[in-house]
Design a protein around this ligand. Structure first.
Ligand SMILES: *Cc1c(COP(=O)(O)O)cnc(C)c1O
Length: 391
């Protein structure tokens, strides 16, 4: 096999941890039952496994197992939360508040609701990527039914002040949804302390399988109503019909269990690796850190580089490292990232950005190789730009 670039794109996805895969395998073959089959042992085994993951997820966010609704991932969970609330509460009001730096799986359902007549307020962010709570305060209206603010940003890693937002929403009896796809297993989450009513989760950003996620739906104080977006056999308390994907659910539970057990040590280790990378890269002039320096995910480093072309930069880095650029994280467009432009960057600087997503299987040696190659690439691009200008 040829040598492949060092994987540093852990916000896009992560490999399945061997321990997760081992837990999943028996549920493809031996324990293949349908968890909804209540009349025999095949169903009971599958149901027991599903129940265990429900308990792990609930414990991870201080919820109850009945409040976990399995979905195909965070995209579906966000759709169910936002469209489900809009449809269930439209008589109460038709105003929703969200943020400019949200994932497209939040912004696009909101834009869709706009076509149906809902009003959407999109809050700006400060230069460090955090929302301004006074802006949120000003955005509330009597007809506001939902606030959706992500826990951790997928591009710049910024952690929004969930507890403060939750408090403000609860005071006004407005439902608070958070997309925690990048946060689960990496930072402490507590739906009681943070007054969160809906929370989207996914497995594949924390070394679990792709295609499985969940929506936490608060059942008490207040009980959140959701209009189902997929109708059928009435699974998941009628909120999301479809036969449960037992092996993926088992993997999700195992992934969360491992992430929580290792959270403290891993946060420390990733913070050190990120610092090590930043210390080397920031020796160059004109290299800017995107996002708040402290209120961010341990494994996230996002930089913008002056004096280089974004496409040339990515091309230069590609042989050595698998990273993402500052163009929209969508396969169909090449617009500059809406997150980086929301920070106030010009289009050109937004393009000349690199997201390093450091994860469980990265080592210090890899970080040093990456830093050295990135510095050499940036220097050589700047030198050739200078030569071009001079000629
Ligand atoms: C990855 C991601 C999603 C989409 O999750 P899927 O499970 O891949 O559908 C949504 N929101 C954020 C913040 C993400 O990072």
């Amino acid at each position: 096999m040829s040598i492949r670039p060092i994987y540093l794109d852990c916000h896009a996805t992560t490999p399945v941890d061997e321990r997760v895969l081992a837990a999943m395998l028996p549920y493809f073959t031996e324990h293949f039952g349908n968890p909804a089959s209540i009349s025999h042992v095949y169903g009971w085994e599958a149901e027991a496994a599903v129940k265990q993951t429900r308990e792990i997820l609930a414990a991870a966010i201080n919820a109850t197992p009945e409040e976990i609704v399995f979905t195909s991932g965070a995209t579906e969970a966000n759709n169910l939360a936002i469209k489900g609330v809009a449809e269930a509460y439209f008589k109460k009001g038709q105003h929703i508040i969200t943020v400019a730096t949200e994932h497209s799986a939040v912004l696009d359902p909101c834009n869709y609701l706009k076509t149906l007549g809902f009003e959407i307020t999109i809050l700006p962010v400060k230069k460090d990527g955090l929302i301004d709570l006074t802006e949120l305060e000003k955005a509330f209206r009597p007809e506001t039914i939902l606030v959706s603010v992500m826990a951790a940003n997928n591009e710049i890693g910024v952690l929004q002040p969930l507890a403060e937002i939750g408090e403000m929403c609860r005071d006004r009896q407005i439902i608070f949804h958070t997309d925690a796809a990048q946060a689960i297993g990496k930072i402490p989450l507590d739906v009681q302390a943070m007054k969160i009513d809906l929370m989207s989760l996914t497995a594949h950003k924390i070394y679990g399988p792709k295609g499985i996620g969940a929506l936490y739906v608060r059942r008490r104080n207040p009980r959140v109503q959701l209009a189902p977006q997929q109708h059928g056999g009435g699974h998941e308390r009628g909120m999301r019909s479809g036969t449960l994907y037992t092996p993926q659910i088992v993997g999700f539970g195992k992934a969360v269990e491992i992430a929580l057990a290792e959270q403290a040590t891993e946060t420390q280790r990733l913070t050190e690796l990120r610092q090590r990378l930043w210390e080397q890269l920031s020796q160059l002039s004109g290299v800017h850190l995107n996002g708040h320096p402290q209120a961010r995910l341990a494994g996230n480093l996002n930089i913008s580089v002056e004096g280089v072309d974004g496409a040339a930069l990515l091309l230069g880095l590609q042989p050595v490292m698998a990273v993402s650029s500052g163009s929209a994280c969508s396969s169909t467009t090449t617009a500059p990232s809406h997150v980086l432009t929301a920070l106030g960057h010009s289009q050109k600087l937004a393009y000349a950005s690199v997201r390093f997503g450091i994860g469980r299987f990265n080592t210090q040696e890899e970080i040093d190789i990456v830093a050295k190659h990135a510095i050499a690439t940036i220097q050589s691009l700047r030198n050739s730009a200078f030569v071009n200008l001079g000629s």
